[in-house]
Design a protein around this ligand. Sequence first.
Ligand code: NAP
Length: 293
Amino acid sequence: MTAKLIDGNAIARKVREEIRVRVEVLKQKHGVAPGLAVILIGEDPASKVYVRNKIRACAEVGIESQVVRFPTTVSEQEVLDCIERLNKDAAINGILVQLPIPPTISIRAVLETISVDKDVDGFHLYNVGGLIAGDSVFPPCTPYGVQKILEYEGIPLEGRNVTVVGASNIVGKPMALMLMQSEATVAICHAKTRDLAQYTILADILVVAAGKPNLILPQMVRTGAVVIDVGINRLPDGRLVGDVDFEGVRQKASHITPVPGGVGPMTVTMLLYNTVASAEREANHAAAGQIAR
Ligand code: NAP
């Protein structure tokens, strides 16, 4: 068996086209353009690249965006004040703080200050709790992107065995909760899991987000499994790879995502998706308020 390659770029293009149309409808019907504010603290080169990509992606679909830059010496209070100002700004529908932030600033304080209605990264405790109750306002972008990929590929989840390798707050744990909501049977593995293979071999769908190249070898994968590789690792020779032995595993899987070109393009796409959804909620609330008056 040779797996079908899942083309994350093609799926991202389709979803972005849907978003572009929704932005156009918002402009025509409500006279508003969705707005995203990105707070960038410090000079981390990788963070600068991520922020630039997000801003460029916003422009492509018609979302207005702004970057608020702070030096690493900024105080926590200044950042919180900035978030409070953006919370009140009607032109802003989404606020995100590019992580990591300096250790002098509490991540929890920053994330909890962002209004739940503008938390398009989905990291506020309300949105995290919503994943358990099944009514998260904004799901976090990377697992949401994986969910969209599975939906676009027509891969059913109900009753299937899913193993998620990686249990971080931003990828593994929310991914597992979202898959549970879709009535899959989910196992979550992490660095302390004994005998990882006994869990991965059971998986009809295997989602890997550990940040360890070649963690998943062909003998750990069930024949015909769907393999979603979230990992991004830079090898000493400069190559970018995921966590899965791609060439080996593609001989056994039914579907597989490549790295790059798999999950990666979907993460920024789902940020755009959450931002337009936020603007639609706001526009609908405003319209309902006018009718009530
Ligand atoms: P993270 O915070 O470092 O978490 C890694 C998780 O993997 C942890 O739960 C860790 O277990 C687990 N783990 C580490 N080694 C393991 C092993 N040998 N066996 C099983 N589990 C293991 O990383 P993250 O932010 O979740 O990101 C994970 C990967 O996804 C990284 O490569 C990152 O670059 C990539 N990523 C990609 C995108 C995208 O858009 N494609 C977005 C975000 C992240 P413990 O909890 O026990 O430490």
